[in-house]
Design a protein around this ligand. Structure first.
Ligand code: COI
Length: 375
């Protein structure tokens, strides 16, 4: 087996992990893990959405047809993987994204982690991979967050982004499911996703390239979906746009999603968003915003949304774990640009952003039962 980026500390902890794995289902904390309490050297005011190395990551493995057993927290670092791993050769991999927030009283909050667990299970089924159970996923997330507690930004300064990965780590040469799988979680403190911060983003509708097609994997969080959007995204950024909005690949007139988030269109008291039909990601923020908007009296419809409706909207916004609720300032389609919300953030986008983030940060009563306090 070849070694990518040999790294002594990581190799040692990985060996420790291999030697000491057992079949219990809890998260095991090796003696090497002690939650560090000294404060971290970060300027919380300038935090963006980039990787910051934290203290620990969670890792567990299982064979094809098996189930994940007890995982372990090990120091954050490089992993050893075969050059013929399924994930490297055939893209057999999934990821998730969720966030932990620190409350003013110091406690730590997670937002609907069981939804991410369920989505990973669904994706694993599509990608022929075993997956952790919902409780194993949630326990692993909690343990990883607590071990990295000192990296959670102070209230109002950002969040701890949690990135679970599921990958075919075993060797294959001919096309087949990998014989071994790795479930890993790492975390990083983050601020705003778009460089615009909370200011409106400018999107261009992509008419030549498509993100997904019926029967494909557009509705699962597989890694290849994200590699596939880089070309259009890079071209759009080079032209000064923030990101790309995709259309359906059959009729080429219905909205799908933006590279990394779902899209919503506001007209008066009506809010519409593309229905989940196999080609768009069933976002957890999307689902939450639909419920929050309905609870605030908006008529929300999940349906086929046309480009014409988009161009005729009062407001447009995007939702996702990373982007939260991101107002759209303009859309460009076939050379024509339409602006929304005057020069600032639209009222509906602002209202929904505030309602959701107050819930996530524990600043308003959680009537939905979405927030889990882990300390
Ligand atoms: C997220 O919103 O968490 C995602 O997974 C999107 C990613 C491209 C940052």
């Amino acid at each position: 087996m070849a070694v990518i980026y040999p790294h002594v500390e990581t190799l040692l902890s990985f060996l420790f992990f291999l030697l000491t794995s057992s079949n219990a289902s809890a998260v095991r904390t090796s003696s090497a893990v002690s939650t560090r309490s000294e404060s971290v050297d970060i300027d919380w005011e300038t935090l963006g959405f980039g990787l910051v190395h934290t203290d620990y990551m969670y890792i567990t493995k299982c064979s094809q047809g098996g189930s994940f057993s007890e995982g372990e927290l090990v120091p954050f670092g490089y992993i050893e993987i075969s050059p013929s791993a399924g994930v490297l050769n055939y893209g057999q991999g999934l990821f998730e994204g969720l966030k932990a927030y620190r409350k003013v009283d110091g406690s730590i909050l997670l937002f609907r982690p069981e939804e991410n667990a369920a989505r990973m299970m669904m994706g694993a089924e599509r990608m022929c991979m075993p997956s952790p159970s919902v409780s194993q996923f949630v326990e692993a997330v909690k343990a990883t967050v607590l071990a990295n507690e000192r990296w959670i930004p102070p209230p109002g300064k950002g969040s701890l982004y949690i990135r679970p990965l599921l990958m075919g780590s075993g060797s294959v040469l001919g096309l087949a499911p990998a014989p071994e799988y790795t479930f890993l979680i790492y975390v990083s403190p983050v601020g705003n996703y778009f460089k615009e911060g909370l200011s409106p983003i400018n999107l261009i509708v992509e008419t030549a390239m498509h993100r997904a097609s019926p029967g494909g994997t557009g509705s699962v969080k597989t890694i290849g979906n994200y590699a596939a959007v880089l070309k259009a995204q890079s071209a759009a950024k080079a032209r000064g746009y923030s990101d790309v909005l995709y259309l359906d690949s059959v009729h080429k007139k219905y909205l799908e999603e933006v590279s990394s988030c779902n899209v919503f269109v506001v007209k008066g008291n009506n809010i519409s968003t593309p229905a989940i039909k196999g080609t768009i990601l069933p976002g957890i923020t999307r689902k939450s915003i639909i419920d929050v908007a309905r609870s605030q009296g908006f008529q929300v419809e999940e349906k086929a949304v046309t480009v014409d409706e988009l161009l005729d909207a009062d407001e447009v916004f995007c939702t996702g774990t990373a982007v939260v609720v991101s107002p759209v300032g303009s859309i460009t389609y076939l050379g024509k640009s339409v602006s929304y919300g005057g020069s600032g953030v639209g009222l509906v986008s602002q209202q929904l952003y505030t309602a959701l983030t107050r819930l996530q940060m524990g600043l308003s009563e959680d009537k939905m039962g979405w927030v889990i306090e882990i300390k």
